[in-house]
Design a protein around this ligand. Sequence first.
Ligand code: FBP
Length: 545
Amino acid sequence: MSKSALQVARAAYQPKLPKALKGAVKIQEGNPTQSVADQDAIKGLFPNTYGMPLIKFVEGDEQAYEPMNVGVILSGGQAPGGHNVISGLFDGIKRLNKDSRLFGFLMGPGGLVDHKYMELTADIIDEYRNTGGFDIIGSGRTKLETVEQFEKGLQILRELNIKALVIIGGDDSNTNACVLAEYYKAKDYGIQVIGCPKTIDGDLKNDMIETSFGFDTACKTYAEVIGNIERDCNSARKYWHFIKLMGRSASHVTLECALQTQPNVTLIGEEVEAQNQTLDDVVTYIATIVAARAAKGMNFGTVLVPEGLIEFIPAVKKLIAELNDFLAKNAAAFAAVPAAQQRQYVIDNISAANAAIYASLPEGVARQLSLDRDPHGNVQVSLIETEKLLSEMVGKKLSAWKAEGKYVGKFAAQHHFFGYEGRCAAPSNFDADYCYSLGYTASVLIAAGKTGYMSSVRNTTAPAAEWISGGVPITMMMNMERRNGEMKPVIQKALVKLDGKPFLTLKQNRETWANDTCFVYPGPIQYFGPSEVCDTTTKTLQLEK
Ligand code: FBP
C-alpha cells in the first residue's frame, strides 16, 4: 500500500494510555449495579449478567497469564478509531502473553455466523495503526439475535479456541453483545463477550461511558467543511446553505458542529419534539431568520439540520411508530403490493390521523418512511433529503410573504449532506488515544474472566495519563423499548439533553448567531503541534464535564 507523508508520520504515533494501563493492572470491583429502568424485566431476561459490579483498573503487580485467543468484530457504521481499538486489543493480549492470538471476523457479525475470519498478525496490525476506516476486517449490520446464529458462532469460536469475543458497535450491536454474553454464560460455554462503544452519532453515552469513539473526529471533520462553506457563504453573500448532518435520531453531531462553527440556524430534533412543533413551525422559524437577515441586506446564511429531524416532529413520530408496527405485522402483504400502490395501501390501512400526515408528506419522504428499515428496525434517516425538503418549503413560504409585502430579498439555496465524509477520517489524537485505550481495556477485562461488560474509559477531558479505565455491565445501560412491534431489552439511547450545558450554550447564543454573522472556521484536524490545538476534545464533552 503506498502512503502519503502524513500517513507515514501518523503510523509512528504512539497512542497515549491511562496510567493504570501502562504496567500491571489490578481490578477494583464496585457495588452491584441496576439497569437504568425496567429493572425486573431486564433482570428476568439477563439472570446471569444482571447486577454485576462496576470495574475500575488500578496499578497492580505483575502476574503470569496463559496465552489467549480472542475474536473481534466491527459492527455497524464506520467510526474513526476502530483500527486503534483493534491495535490496543492486540497489544494488550500480547502484553499479557506473547503467544496470544487475535482473529478478526469479516464484514461484521455476519462473519462470525458464516465462519469468515482472518488472523490479525503483527504485520497486518502495523499497517492499520492510527488509520481511519474499518477496512482491516470490514463491517456489517447483520443482527446477531437468534439461538441458531449463537450456536453457529460457537462452532467457529471453539474451532479457533477463542476465549473471548470483542464486539465493537453502537447501542444496538452492544445490546446484541449482551444477549450473546448472557446466552453463552447461561449455557456455560466458557466464552466471554465484551462490548466497545462506537458510533459517530454520539448517542451511546451515560455516566460511565462519556462518549462513543469516532464522535470527536467525525464532528471535527464536518466542522472543518462547514467552516469552509461558511467562509464561502460570507464571501459570495448570495446563498443559503442547508447542511444535513448524520447522527441518526440524536442531534449530538449537529449540536457539536454548531458549537464549533456558529451557524445562523441550528435545528435540534429533541427540541422540536419537546416543543411539539409541526413541520410548518420549523419552516416558519427558518424563514423568519432568513427574512430578518434579508431586511438587513444579508441574503445568505447557513442552516444545520440533524438527519433524524423528521422523526422528532411529534406527528411524524406517531406515524412512524404505527408504521413500524403495521409493517412488522404485514410485511408479506405489503411486499406483495405493487410499488406504485404502496403509498395508497398504507393510507388505507393505518389510523385516519396518521394517514392524513402520511398523505401530506412529499412522495419521497413518505416512501422512505415506509420502506427499507435497517436490520435493527430503524428508519434509514440518512436517505431522507430533509435539507431539500426544508429549503423548498422555506422558499415557498418566503414567496408567499413576498406577495404579502412581508419579505424583501432573494433566496437561493445550496444543499449538502455530511456523513460518510467523516466516518473514516484518520482519528484525531483524542480518538486515537481513546480507542487504543478502549481496546487495551478490553484485553484486561478478558484476562480477568469478565463477560457482558463494555470497555469503559472515563475522565477523558483530563490528560490521557489521568483517564480511568475499567468495565461497565451492559445490563446497567438497558431498558425496555418497543421495536418492530414488540417490547425488547435495549441499551437506552442518549439523546440531546435540553437542560444540558451543550444545548444551553447554543440556546444562549443562537439569536446573536442568527442576526449577525459570527461564523467560526475551525480548520482541519491537526495531528502534530501544540497540545491545545491537537489534543482538545469536543465542546460537548468539555461542557458536559
Ligand atoms: P452506527 O449507529 O452503526 O454507528 O451508524 C451510524 C450512522 O453513520 C448514522 O449516523 C447513519 O444514519 C447510519 O449510520 C447510516 O447507515 P449506513 O452506513 O448503513 O448507510
